[in-house]
Design a binder for this molecule. Structure first.
Ligand code: AMP
Ligand code: FES
Ligand code: ZN
Ligand code: ZN
Length: 307
């Protein structure tokens, strides 16, 4: 197999794009694609201050690398969740984020949930109904809260996450199988800051296959954590990713088609009549100032307030 651009030996064959590229051309192609989607979905410009949420995984560290290569001003945010799982998961992912920042001369902000709220994610979960089975719901709520607060208080224009096409299609499949119109309306490359106290959120890698992101990280020599979060085992999202991978193996391009056709259908007004049911009920949480539809304090503040 040869690179379609230079005829040298191809390092990667992307059947879903009918495109084979050598290492050098692939390492140029990924940032060019990312730039294309940043522009297409009007995510941010060179003047904007971007905060990239980095988990230590291949996608978010690669995203930080790509944004730097493209000339954007992007700081990193690492949230210390205090998850060990027998592999020192959080410590190792923090170390990798710090190493990356240091070696690239970039600024990393670190927020430790344990140090700031007195309890780590596993500890918080044990105490709340939300986390009775697995800490993932508590973790998701906490990450959203901290990401928003860090971006808002740090004066950033936008918060970027490393969600890739596989993450987005797994979420989309879940929302479609359960037919949850409220989530479907809000799913997309950009989540506008349409409520007071909310920061704009963007996913510049939303159209890039997970496999291609892994190849990018490896070929760029980015050191990242290979392990998934130990609590992710058996999650719906991993199950949906497997289903989609089986589909993709038989029908190359199925994932990108599913996602892009969904965005197109939305643009054509498929969910236009679907108003956000919580919109009227929103008010600022008296404790943290983030919008909430819950009466009184938001779910995060209620969870972290000790009884
Ligand atoms: P996940 O929900 O683990 O699939 O992660 C999705 C995205 O959320 C990642 O690509 C990161 O941008 C961000 N993220 C996940 N975990 C963390 C963390 N501990 N600190 C900062 N950002 C994170
Ligand atoms: Fe949050 Fe796994 S429970 S990353
Ligand atoms: Zn080439
Ligand atoms: Zn609050």
């Amino acid at each position: 197999m040869k690179c379609v651009k230079c005829g040298q030996k191809a390092a990667i064959n992307m059947r879903h794009h009918k495109l084979a590229l050598c290492k050098d051309h692939f390492l140029e192609w990924i940032p060019a694609q990312t730039q294309r989607f940043i522009e297409k979905y009007r995510m941010f410009s060179l003047q904007d201050k971007v905060l990239v949420a980095v988990s230590g995984g291949k996608d978010s560290l690669s995203l930080w690398d790509i944004l730097q290569r493209l000339g954007y001003q992007a700081d990193g945010l690492y949230i210390g969740l205090g998850i060990d799982g027998g592999i020192g998961y959080s410590n190792e992912s923090q170390r990798l984020c710090e190493e990356f920042a240091k070696s690239h001369g970039l600024r990393l902000r670190v927020v430790s949930v344990g140090a700031e709220f007195g309890e780590t994610i596993p500890e918080l979960s044990l105490r709340t109904i939300r986390g009775k089975e697995k800490p993932c719901a508590v973790c998701g709520l906490t990450k959203r809260h901290i990401m928003n607060r860090a971006a808002r208080d740090g004066g950033y224009d936008v918060l970027a996450t490393g969600h890739n096409l596989d993450d987005e299609t797994a979420t989309l499949l879940g929302n479609t199988l359960n037919w949850i119109p409220g989530y479907l309306v809000r799913q997309g490359p950009v989540l506008e800051a349409d409520k007071p106290g909310l920061v704009r959120k963007v996913k510049p890698l939303c159209r890039i296959y997970e496999r291609d992101m892994a190849a990018y990280a490896i070929l760029r020599g980015i050191e990242y954590i290979y392990e998934e979060c130990p609590h992710a085992v058996g999650s719906n999202s991993i199950f949906y990713k497997e289903l989609l991978n089986n589909l993709e193996a038989e029908r190359p391009g199925a994932k990108i088609n599913f996602y892009v056709a969904f965005l197109q259908a939305k643009e054509n007004g498929l969910f236009a009549a679907q108003a956000d049911p919580d919109l009227d009920k929103l008010h600022a949480c008296p404790s943290c100032g983030q919008p909430t539809s819950a009466p009184g304090m938001c779910a995060f503040c209620r969870m972290t307030a000790k009884a």
